[in-house]
Design a protein around this ligand. Structure first.
Ligand SMILES: C[S@@+](CC[C@H](N)C(=O)[O-])C[C@H]1O[C@@H](n2cnc3c(N)ncnc32)[C@H](O)[C@@H]1O
Length: 277
């Protein structure tokens, strides 16, 4: 995690945010992803692929996992990707016959999506939007998903789940992946240093980077497994499955704090598969 160049990083750590700081966190996320979009693309683009839905650093692909529905289920479906980044997942869904839309709060990340459109020759409609205020009518989609998008970067993830529930039709499917919550208790270190608990799993104070002015430059929020379950159930979803992908033998990707060494003993990703009641 590094601060954007626009303001000098003055302080970083776990701290409670006051209401002003919490309100800033959403806008800070947009600026942070704008500033870091090129770096994210060059570090992770090849692993993710331009038209593939990869649920996390373990490399679980939707082609194999089928969490959005069985093979063929996306043909003709209206599919929404939130926090889409370069919209690799929406592009994959379009290839599976869906009418797919990618949305993200960051213009920089959507620029990366346009570059991937050009490389692949498959354009997906892209809409700049905060996942807490989606510019779509109620019941517009059959399926919504995100791989690590939006949810960790807002203090009020319940607002995202409610908004997704609003734009899905009855019985619609909502699948999202996040960092597995148990990782919060460990240092974000891919080596042996990341194997020892140093913090409480129950400490909900976000990780926050502050600039010289005291403004929030970056924030990442922790929710326990129970918090996530309460959020989705409170928004009107049934939880169908909680997938914890295991680190595959021979997989040597290192992505931030994710690695084979830690993946052998600790879950790294949690994927929630939900259906609107
Ligand atoms: C870790 S990236 C994941 C991108 C993509 N899903 C992937 O797998 O590469 C997180 C994404 O969430 C987006 N994001 C952060 N806060 C958001 C918000 N409030 N609403 C929508 N998108 C948001 C960021 O701009 C960024 O593109």
């Amino acid at each position: 995690m590094t601060a954007p160049e626009r303001e000098h990083l003055a302080d970083a750590g776990y701290r409670r945010l006051d209401p002003r700081g919490s309100a800033q966190a959403g806008g800070a996320s947009r600026a942070w992803w704008d500033a870091n979009a090129r770096e994210y693309e060059s570090e992770h683009g090849a692993f993710l692929g331009d038209a593939d839905l990869c649920w996390g650093p373990e490399g679980l692909r939707e082609q194999d996992a089928r969490l959005l529905g069985p093979a063929g289920a996306l043909r003709g479906a209206r599919v929404l990707e939130i926090g889409c980044g370069a919209a690799q997942g929406a592009r994959w869904a379009a290839g599976a016959g869906a009418s797919a839309v990618g949305t993200d709060v960051s213009a920089g990340m959507l620029d990366a999506a346009r570059r991937a459109d050009d490389r692949t020759g498959t354009s997906v409609p892209l809409v700049q939007a905060d996942a807490r205020a989606l510019p779509f009518a109620a019941g517009s989609f059959d399926v919504a998903f995100t791989a690590y998008g939006a949810i960790p970067f807002v203090p009020d993830a319940d607002a995202i789940h409610r908004e997704v529930a609003r734009v899905l039709r009855d019985g619609g499917r909502w699948v999202f992946s996040v960092t597995h919550p148990v990782r919060w208790a460990f240092p974000d270190d891919p080596g042996p240093g990341g194997l020892t608990v140093t913090r409480s799993y129950f400490d909900r104070r976000p990780y926050v980077e502050l600039g010289d002015s005291g403004d929030v430059l970056y924030a990442e929020f922790h929710r326990t497994l129970g918090d996530h379950v309460r959020d989705v159930v409170g928004a009107g979803f049934r939880l169908l499955d909680l997938v914890e992908p295991e680190w595959p033998d021979g997989h040597d990707e290192v992505w931030g704090g994710w690695s084979a060494e830690r993946g052998a003993v600790l879950p790294g990703t949690a994927i929630f598969v939900c259906e609107l009641r």
